[in-house]
Design a protein around this ligand. Structure first.
Ligand SMILES: [Zn+2]
Length: 85
């Protein structure tokens, strides 16, 4: 008997045009850091969840520009072929 595999498909509500800028990117697994008092959070590129907890590890692009929460990383890592560096 086959186990249940949750397949994320192209119609997932979280997908917009991330493929244009996140496909096959290198990502860092880091703790979120505040840039300043006025810039104290980011949003996940997929689910839009607020990323502001500096005790939780999240993923971001090398340039710190795009952030991805742990959940979305796991859901989309196969589709986007990310490399964690
Ligand atoms: Zn997310």
């Amino acid at each position: 008997m086959k186990g249940t595999i949750i397949m994320i498909n192209q119609n997932d509500w979280r997908l917009t045009n991330q493929r244009n800028y996140l496909f096959e990117k290198q990502l860092k697994h880091v703790y979120f850091q505040k840039h300043s008092e006025s810039w104290d959070h980011e949003h996940c590129e997929f689910c839009n969840e607020t990323i502001c907890d500096d005790k939780k590890m999240e993923y971001c692009t090398i340039d710190n520009y795009h952030w991805i929460c742990e959940n979305c990383f796991n859901d989309f890592k196969d589709m986007f072929k990310w490399t964690v560096v």
